[in-house]
Write a protein that binds this ligand. Structure first.
Ligand SMILES: Nc1ncnc2c1ncn2[C@@H]1O[C@H](COP(=O)(O)OP(=O)(O)OP(=O)(O)O)[C@@H](O)[C@H]1O
Ligand SMILES: [Mg+2]
Length: 368
C-alpha cells in the first residue's frame, strides 16, 4: 500500500462509482452511504436501502465491495452493514401521518385472489423487516379477519387529543382493520354505498396506525364507490392489479387498470400479479398445469407497459392456510414462499422506483 492511505473521502469517491441499478444514480448522490469508518486494513460503512425487501441488496453489496477493492486497495477488508429506510410517496398530511406508502390491491373480477395475495404480500414484506398494515376495504365481504385467524378479535379504543382512535388488530406482526372486527359476524347489515365509504374513511382517519412502511388496501372486486373514496381520502402510492390468466379475468382486469389510469384519478399502476398462474400439486412441486391458460398476466403487463410483479401458483395449501387463519407463507412450502417473496420484493422495488421518479401524490379532488 505504500504511502497510499484510505480515508473517508476516498471511500466516498470509490462508492460514487456504484450505481443503484433501479434508480440509475450513484449511491453517494442518493445519500445511501452512512457511517463510514476506516480502520487498519478495514473499511466499514452502512448502505441505507430504499426498502428492506430490496431484491438487489446482494448485488449492491457485491458492487460496493468490488468498488473499494478496485479503487482503493484489493487487500482491504470491506464490512458492509445493510439497513433500509423506506421512501415515501406522501407529503405528510393530517390523516395517517406516519404511513409512508398506501398500496391498493385491486382486480376487475371477483374471486381471483386479492385477499389471499394481500395477506401473503403483507406477511412477506413484514418478514423482510418492513412495518406493514392492511385495511380490509371489502366492507360487504370482509375476508382479512378469517385469513388471519382474527375473526374473534375486537379492536380497543384509545382517546387521544379529544378524539377516540381505533387501535388496529395486531396479528402475526401485521396491523389490520376490517369491518369484520367491528360488526358481529352474522349481522345482516347491508352496507349501502355512502355507509361503506364512511367506514373506509374511518379506517384511515380514526385508526391509530402509528408508523408504517406499507399500508395495503384489500379492495372489493370491480370499480365501486369504495375505489373513488379511497383515492379521494388519501394519496395512494400506486395500485396492484391481481388477475388470473383466464380471458374473462383479464378482460375485467383491463377495466380495473383503466379506472386507475383515468386522468382525473391518475394512480400509478405498480404492476400486475398473476394468481393461479398454474396448478402445482404439493407432491409434484416441479409440475405446472396451466389450467386457466398460460401467459395472460405477462401479455396484460406488456399491453399496458407495466411490470409483471409475480406469478403465484394454484396450490391447495394456499387455500387451506387461508381457511385455517394464516397466510400460506407462514407454512414451509418453498414454491409458495418463493412466489410470494419474489412478488413482494418486486412490489417494494416498484414503490421505491416510483417514489424516486414521480411527483408525490395528492388525494384526488373530484366534484360529484
Ligand atoms: N394461489 C392460490 N392457490 C389456491 N387457492 C387460492 C389461491 N388464491 C386464492 N385462492 C383461494 O381462492 C378463493 C378466493 O380467493 P380470495 O378470497 O383471496 O379472492 P378475492 O379476489 O379476494 O375474492 P373477492 O372478490 O370475493 O374479494 C379463496 O378460497 C382462496 O383461498
Ligand atoms: Mg377479497
Amino acid at each position: 500500500m505504500g504511502e497510499f492511505t484510505i480515508n473517508k473521502e476516498k471511500v466516498l469517491q470509490a462508492l460514487s462509482t456504484v450505481e443503484e441499478p433501479d434508480l440509475k444514480k450513484d449511491l453517494v448522490t442518493l445519500g445511501m452511504i452512512q457511517d463510514i469508518e476506516v480502520g487498519v486494513n478495514q473499511v466499514r460503512f452502512t448502505v441505507v436501502l430504499t426498502t428492506p425487501a430490496c431484491p438487489l441488496k446482494e448485488l449492491i453489496k457485491r458492487n460496493c465491495e468490488a468498488a473499494i477493492h478496485e479503487h482503493l486497495s484489493p487487500d482491504v477488508e470491506v464490512v458492509i452493514n445493510l439497513t433500509a429506510n423506506v421512501t415515501t410517496s406522501r407529503h405528510s398530511g393530517p390523516l395517517i401521518p406516519g404511513v409512508k406508502n398506501v398500496i391498493a390491491i385491486s382486480s376487475g373480477k371477483g374471486g381471483v385472489g386479492k385477499s389471499t395475495v394481500t395477506a401473503n404480500l403483507a406477511m412477506a414484506l413484514h418478514r423482510s423487516g418492513a412495518k406493514v398494515g392492511i385495511i380490509d376495504a371489502d366492507i360487504s365481504g370482509p375476508s382479512i379477519p378469517i385469513m388471519f385467524g382474527a375473526q374473534d378479535m375486537q379492536p380497543t379504543i384509545t382517546p387521544k387529543d379529544g378524539k377516540n382512535y381505533i387501535n388496529p388488530i395486531r396479528q402475526y406482526g401485521i396491523k389490520m382493520i376490517s369491518i369484520g372486527f367491528l360488526t358481529p359476524p352474522d349481522s345482516a347489515v347491508v352496507w349501502r354505498g355512502p355507509m361503506a365509504s364512511q367506514a373506509l374513511k374511518q379506517f384511515f382517519g380514526d385508526t391509530d396506525w402509528g408508523e408504517l412502511d406499507y399500508l395495503l388496501i384489500d379492495l372489493p372486486p370491480g370499480t365501486s364507490d369504495i375505489h373513488l373514496t379511497l383515492v379521494q381520502t388519501v394519496p395512494v402510492t400506486g395500485a396492484v392489479i391481481v388477475t388470473t390468466p383466464q380471458k374473462v379475468a383479464l378482460a375485467d382486469a383491463i377495466k380495473g387498470l383503466a379506472m386507475f389510469k383515468q386522468p382525473q384519478i391518475n394512480v400509478p399502476i405498480l404492476g400486475i400479479i398473476e394468481n393461479m398462474a398454474w396448478f402445482t400439486p404439493e407432491e409434484l412441486p416441479d409440475h405446472q398445469y396451466f389450467i386457466f391458460g398460460k401467459g395472460g398476466g405477462q401479455s396484460l403487463a406488456d399491453k399496458f407497459d407495466v411490470p409483471l410483479l409475480g406469478q403465484i401458483p394454484l396450490v391447495q395449501g394456499i387455500r387451506e392456510a387461508g381457511d385455517e387463519g394464516r397466510p400460506a407463507v407462514m407454512d414451509t412450502n418453498p414454491v409458495v414462499n418463493d412466489a410470494f417473496r419474489d412478488a413482494a420484493e418486486s412490489l417494494a422495488q416498484q414503490v421505491a422506483i416510483r417514489n424516486a421518479s414521480r411527483e408525490k401524490t395528492r388525494a384526488v379532488e373530484i366534484q360529484v
